[in-house]
Design a protein around this ligand. Sequence first.
Ligand SMILES: [Zn+2]
Length: 604
Amino acid sequence: MEFQVSARKWRPQKFSELIGQEHIVRTLHNAIEMDRVAHAYLFSGTRGVGTTTTARLLAKALNCEQGPTPEPCDQCNFCKEIRDGISVDVMEIDGASNNGVGEVRDLIENIQYSTSACRFKVYIIDEVHMLSKNAFNALLKTLEEPPPKVVFIFATTELTKIPETILSRCQCFEFKPLTLQQIIDQLKAICEHDGIQIDPHNLEEIAKNGAGSMRDAQSLLDQVIAFCGKEIDPGAVEAVLGIVGQNALANFVDSVMQRDAAGLLQQVSEVVAHGKDLGYFCRDLIEYLRNLMLVKVAGNAESLLSGQTAHLDTLKKQAASFEPDELQQMFQVLSKAEMEMKRSSLPQILFEMAVLRLTDVRPLQEIDALIDKINSMEGPSTTGGGTPQPARGEAPPVKKAPPAPAQSAPKRQDPVEPVDPPNVPGDRRQESTVNEICSGASPVPPSSGGEAPQLNSNQANVPEDRRQASTVNKLPSSSEAWQKIRSAAGAIKRPLGTYLDNCQLTALDAKEMRLSFPDPYTMGLVEKEENFEALKEAVAEVCGKPELKITLQLGTTTAAPATDTPAPPEPEQPKGKGSAKRGSATEEEILKDALDVFGGIVIR
Ligand SMILES: [Zn+2]
């Protein structure tokens, strides 16, 4: 007997044999039974889901000797002729090659003649979306009011290309893609019938590659049978389909788990060496990750995997080693690579880079936990020299610096050279000390330098009322007060806190607070009435002095000249250098701290 490909041999000959389109079968069934058959139908759906087959079945149902009946006999002459495609009254026209207006005119002319033997004249136009615009227009009038006993059935894989005017004249049916299980069942039936020995897992692979199209899956099965004969071995399926098997995928994911970059690259090169398509491999990996995710998060993964239970144990074992967000990250890396590989002339390199990125994936951490961790690190790092914040230009160590040696504090703190205080009058000394603490390089109190610890010793020389005032001001240290002001301002008006992070406190005493901004934009934001009011409110709240004058100015404080200071310029030079050096050292330390907390690698 002459060989017929599976797709033709197993083409459904009855509505009951049609797989996966129950909604359409039922509608047509009822229409035929109730004698309410329309004169134009449009069947749309992806390739190989049964549009043309259904059109032929409908033609048979209408013209069967026993009919019109929803269950044509398939034995009478009409049924046989239609099945073999030789009926003169059922014309199957290929829209792709008969797409001109001339062909449509011929068809319309023919339509006027009555049927030769059948009950209905049926015109099946396949791939109807290929008709030209003029051809569609030529068809409109006939389609709206065809002669009696004429039925048009259009089939298309691209519904969006059909003009609205045609759609409105037809009954439209959308065919669903077939599920994996439906395809597997059908392939299994074919294999059992033909005595083909095939592993269920291989059937699954073939069905999967059909991508919802029964015809594609059946063609692939034919191809595999032609390659192997009656007994099909797993390697042959992979070779014919050009895919990488589940075992290889599982091994690959194992290597990702072990962060074995060399092993992964080796596996990629093997895939290429075996002539497999890297795009398919990437796609299969993405699907494998999806399965891992299902197993990880879904209780009933077996049913969601739609029959792919052969590797369930492996999947479960591997899924236990990944966090869901890791799988998400890997999925994103591979999805991006898959898209880019299609456009790239170097798909292998792209894929290799993506694979290497997989080894860097780490689980995300809760932001709250990270903040807690950073907070817990803050203490030791400030006293230990590696402070994460000095770049902002303030002097946080002051409040936590031990009061003991005056020499150690200035080094970590600010570039002001301590000048001998005894020559300065007591009140002057007091004022300057407060300002020094605020900014270190304050231009306002040029005369003396001082440190937090020295405040105490100085205060011994300060008159009693001055000391009292300082206590009333509640300014144990200006930087501390400034920090409180910022957080209070942030609490009153959230963005304000951020704006203030960008400026520097240059002076803070009982009468005035002076802020220096690096750019006019930020200053403008703080100057806005509602922000300025919020700032005033925060200052009043922290210092208890609502009348305190607030001055905003542009420029950095480090360049400000000391007007009447006796301090010589020489000591400032080494200080400046020192601070620059310290700045870069701190950057490294910040990076190191960040790596400790977040993990990861430095890319450049
Ligand atoms: Zn029949």
